[in-house]
Design a protein around this ligand. Structure first.
Ligand SMILES: [Zn+2]
Length: 285
């Protein structure tokens, strides 16, 4: 059983964005020195596509369970299974499979593990699948080393490199602050959110009444528990950084104390707004 907690958040966030904008590529090359995160992220993508739950992918609905246990009819994994090479015989079933319609969903997912082990004939047999599939399919080649992938294959796939941004200080700071990789992926793109968080924080600190309005706007951008958690973590990091500046030290201490109170609650959308209002008005009490 694959555990969705093992995804790489940055790559998953990129894939979610492509999925949300209906811009998923036909074929990907996932390059991951550890191999495991890329494989888990491939399964995560198939779950995202097929999940019937509310927080996609939940990992718990029937489709997700089938995918994660390797039993979904439209999600196929080809792997060398201990062999030195992946030959044409291993690849052929994919082409046969493609001639049929998907069993349960509208798109199939083919995963090829250790793609660097593809023989040249097997890789060549895959080329038209990678380029222009005759049926809706997303093929993901998984490898630990992109240099061992034939250029003809590489040029037909969209490259996604895992671990490239694992030293990204924002990501590691968020993970260290208690956001899980799955939550981080759910949060996704944060440009607008980060801006509202910044306004809100600055207005609260300045005792500006606009912060009540901003609280409302910020809450509207944070409909899920994961995003709310992200907002609270970012506010906390800002306040902690603010403690180092003597002029605003007291205001930040007060803000942090308010955050501790707020952090104890698990929010619905409505009372997340109230919590932000409470924080905004704290200085007025
Ligand atoms: Zn699901």
């Amino acid at each position: 059983m694959i555990d969705l907690q093992g995804i790489e958040p940055d790559s998953a966030a990129q894939l979610r964005q492509a999925f949300d904008h209906k811009k998923l590529a036909h074929s990907y090359l996932f390059v991951d020195p550890t191999a495991e995160r890329a494989k888990t992220t491939a399964y995560w993508l198939a779950c995202l596509f097929n999940c019937t739950g509310k927080n996609r992918p939940d990992g718990t609905c029937r489709n997700c369970q089938q995918i994660l246990s390797g039993n979904h009819p439209d999600v196929l994994l080809i792997s060398p299974e201990g062999r030195e090479t992946l030959g044409i015989d291993q690849v052929r079933p994919l082409k046969a499979e493609l001639a049929k319609s998907p069993v349960e969903s509208t798109c199939r997912f083919f995963f090829i593990e250790s793609a660097e082990k593809l023989t040249a004939p097997a890789a060549n047999a895959l080329l038209n699948l990678l380029e222009e599939p005759i049926a809706p399919v997303v093929t993901i080649l998984l490898t630990t080393n992109s240099n061992q992938i034939l250029p003809t294959v590489r040029s037909r796939t969209q490259l996604l490199t895992f671990g490239a941004s694992s030293t990204d200080s924002k990501t590691s700071q968020l993970l260290a602050s208690g956001l899980t990789p799955a939550e981080l992926a759910e949060v996704g793109e944060t440009t607008d959110l980060d801006q509202q968080i910044k306004y809100y924080y600055e207005e609260v600190l300045a005792d500006d009444l606009k912060s009540v309005v901003t609280a409302y706007q910020l809450a509207a951008l944070a409909p899920s528990h994961a995003i709310q958690k992200y907002v609270l973590i970012q506010l906390k990091l800002k306040a902690q950084a603010g403690l180092r500046q003597p002029a605003v030290q007291m205001a930040n201490m007060k803000f942090l104390a308010g955050l501790v109170e707020v952090d104890k609650l698990r929010f619905s959308h409505v009372n997340f707004k109230q919590a932000l209002e409470y924080l905004a008005l704290q200085g007025k009490r």
